[in-house]
Design a protein around this ligand. Structure first.
Ligand code: 6PG
Length: 475
């Protein structure tokens, strides 16, 4: 047997990972349900083809893998994956490892791991971030696996991972579904970050009435500052690209309905299940959903009253507001991971997660280096917003976020993710919330009871007046 790992699925990501491994000196067996994918992968591999071993049947694929075998699936999660697992498990031996390198619902990953375990097979849910370029030249990888699988995969993953000051951006974050969970939250943060950038773009376009070139210039100026990140870079590139056919800016020709494959939604669903809130991420998921209702929005623009845009804060304020929003979205994501870690007993190391997101992945940014430091340091109540490093950052940037959310609101311009982030921050920093009134209402109509500030125990109120009956209402 000659191959150290087999990759099943030779689409964009599978092929890029195979070439990355080959380039680092690893022998890779490749397979696909679609034979033309294998031909294309071999034809495009150049000298690296020497380390790629094309196979034409599942038995041939399994036979050329060194034992214990490692089989990486790079195919759509769900039914196609389950179908392949059902077929390959019959050919594998005790101690072999199956890896899913796609985006998967971590609940499904846990179920698959539990299903394979009695037969002695290891199942790894591995989050791979960085798109095609990342996969080819250095992705960030979040591995959920047994210790044995990690020991086996570690040298290969270290070799192909992105590096941040020499540190490979890959970690064994926990068992079974932990890797896919962490990747899901990464994507949730990605959604919020993209949405907040789009909201700031919207303020410049629809509020300040800036031309596209001016907007691009503003974002370009932020590339080297505290907002330094892959997503700001992609924004500048997107704003500057001209459509060769028409000569128009491409971004102006793109339909304003966003797609989504589900990872952002999973983050929000899991956050809610854990009794947490990821409101900035939820707002981003929702904004994509509303964006898809284009016809309704076009009609609504004429049916609902318009608002005359007021003044939009200057670029330096927008920059700080975006920074504050970015910090808060990350804080929500890390909070959700912490809750999951406790609920599933994963012992996630949040600082290590921030470290492996500093390069290779879509949300890589200067901020993640600060977050890694903050997470290694003092974290009162486990909240990032209370770490000394971030408190200083937030103290400096929150006034700008307030100014931007206020200006946008008065101008009738939607900034759902930025305002959700601010709402969350303001909720967290109040010693006395308004939930005393919620408790009073719950007790009044449902006798749910409440605690008092001035004495121990559970109490009920002797509420004045009478509850209005539904009958009265109909009269
Ligand atoms: C990454 C990306 C990648 C991808 C997702 C999200 O980390 O490399 O998150 O996984 O972009 O498919 O895409 P949607 O926006 O379609 O949900």
């Amino acid at each position: 047997a000659k191959a150290e790992i087999g990759i099943f699925g030779q689409g964009t990501m599978g092929r890029a990972l195979a070439l990355n491994l080959a380039e680092r000196g690893h022998d890779v067996a490749i397979a696909s349900r679609d034979a033309s994918e294998i031909d294309a992968a071999m034809a495009g591999a150049g000298p690296l083809a020497a380390r790629l071993h094309p196979t034409r049947s599942l038995s041939e694929f399994v036979a050329i893998l060194r034992q214990p075998r490692a089989v990486l699936f790079m195919i759509p999660s769900g039914a196609p994956l389950d179908d392949m697992i059902a077929r390959i498990r019959l050919l594998l031996d005790v101690g072999d490892t199956i890896i899913d390198g796609g985006n998967a619902d971590f609940n499904a990953t846990r179920a698959r791991a539990a299903d394979l375990q009695p037969g002695g097979l290891h199942y790894v849910g591995m989050g791979v971030s960085g798109g095609e370029q990342g996969a080819r030249h250095g992705p960030s990888m979040m591995v959920g696996s047994s210790d044995q699988s990690w020991a086996q995969l570690r040298p290969m993953l270290h070799a192909i991972a992105a590096r941040f000051r020499g540190d490979p951006c890959v970690a064994h974050v926990g068992p079974d579904g932990a890797g896919h969970f962490v990747k899901t939250v990464h994507n949730g943060i990605e959604y919020a970050d993209m949405q907040m950038i789009a909201e700031i773009y919207g303020l410049m376009r629809d509020g300040a009435g800036l031309a596209l070139a001016q907007i691009a210039e503003r974002f370009d100026a932020w590339r080297d500052g505290p907002l330094q990140s892959f997503l700001i870079d992609t924004t500048v590139r997107a704003l500057r690209t001209v459509d060769p056919q028409t000569g128009h800016a491409l971004v102006d020709l793109i339909s304003d309905r966003a797609g989504q494959k589900g990872t952002g939604r999973w983050t929000v669903i899991e956050a809610l299940k854990l009794g947490q809130s990821a409101s900035a991420i939820e707002a981003a998921v929702a904004a994509r959903a509303w964006s898809a209702e284009k016809d309704m929005r076009v009609a609504a623009e004429h049916l609902l009253p318009a608002v005359q845009p007021g003044a939009i804060p200057p670029p330096e304020v927008l920059e700080q507001a975006l920074l504050a929003g970015r910090i808060l979205a990350h804080a929500q994501g890390f909070r959700v991971m912490q809750a999951a870690s406790e609920a599933y007993d994963w012992s996630l190391d949040p600082a290590r997660i921030a470290e492996i997101w500093r390069a290779g992945c879509i949300i890589r940014s200067a901020l993640l280096d600060d977050l890694a430091l903050a997470l290694r340091g003092d974290l009162p109540f486990g909240h990032l917003v209370l770490s000394p490093v971030l408190r200083a950052r937030l103290t400096a940037s929150i006034p700008a976020l307030r100014q931007v959310v206020a200006a946008a609101t008065l101008s009738g311009l939607a900034v759902p993710s930025l305002s959700a982030a601010l709402g969350w921050y303001d909720s967290l920093r109040r010693g006395r919330s308004t939930a005393n009134l919620i408790q009073a209402q719950r007790d009044m109509f449902g006798a749910h009871g409440f605690h008092r500030l001035d004495r121990p125990g559970t109490h009920h109120g002797d509420w004045v007046g009478e509850l209005q009956s539904t009958k009265d209402n109909t009269g």
